[in-house]
Design a protein around this ligand. Structure first.
Ligand SMILES: [Zn+2]
Length: 184
């Protein structure tokens, strides 16, 4: 597949997390914001937030529901088309949003790039809780290095906050986490 192109993913960013009742959502504060181009995308898409889904999910269109080497946990990194200026405007257009999705695999060793995220999770146990990271985070280090082996399709999801028309990019390579880190 045509590779995705990441820009500014290596920037240090401040991390903020909120439990919005649907999911635990992470935002980054950095300038310039990470963007993606290439792959199936026409134009440039800017980072908005990332969040996790735990457990078996029934989101329409997922290609990766059965994978015995994976944790039942999925990362969704949400982007919006810069052509529409703001996230809110972009949600009004069928090509306005893109979600880049990753699964996790079991590893013996902790993935230290995830320590800060995992440490923040207990602080947002309850709906409405929010917290900030202590150290800056680098988005690139949370993801896989592979940028060209993925499934892609258009779809709309029923699970908030993925409620709009979305271009999906689901990477085949997985992100390692240890059992201890996932708490199972
Ligand atoms: Zn999602």
């Amino acid at each position: 597949m045509l590779p995705l192109v990441y820009e500014n993913f290596e920037n240090e960013a401040d991390l903020a997390v909120t439990n919005n009742g649907h999911t635990v959502q992470f935002k980054l504060n950095t300038n310039p914001m990470p963007t993606i181009t290439g792959g199936p995308l026409l134009g440039k898409y800017k980072f908005m937030q990332f969040h996790f889904h735990w457990g078996a999910h029934d989101e329409e269109g997922s290609e990766n529901q059965v994978n015995s080497h994976s944790f039942p946990m999925e990362l969704h990194v949400v982007f919006y088309s810069t052509a529409y200026g703001t996230f809110e405007n972009a949600t009004q257009h069928p090509d306005g949003l893109c979600v880049v999705s990753f699964l996790y695999s079991k590893s013996e060793e902790d993935n230290e790039n995830y320590n800060q995220i995992i440490n923040l999770l207990p602080r947002v146990n309850e709906v409405g809780n929010s917290a900030k990271g202590i150290d800056p985070i680098v988005l690139e280090l949370l993801l896989t290095e592979d940028k060209e082996h993925y499934y892609t399709y258009g779809g709309s999801l029923t699970t908030p906050p993925c409620t709009e028309d979305v271009t999906w990019i689901e990477f085949k390579s997985t992100i390692p986490l240890s059992h201890k880190q996932v708490g199972i």
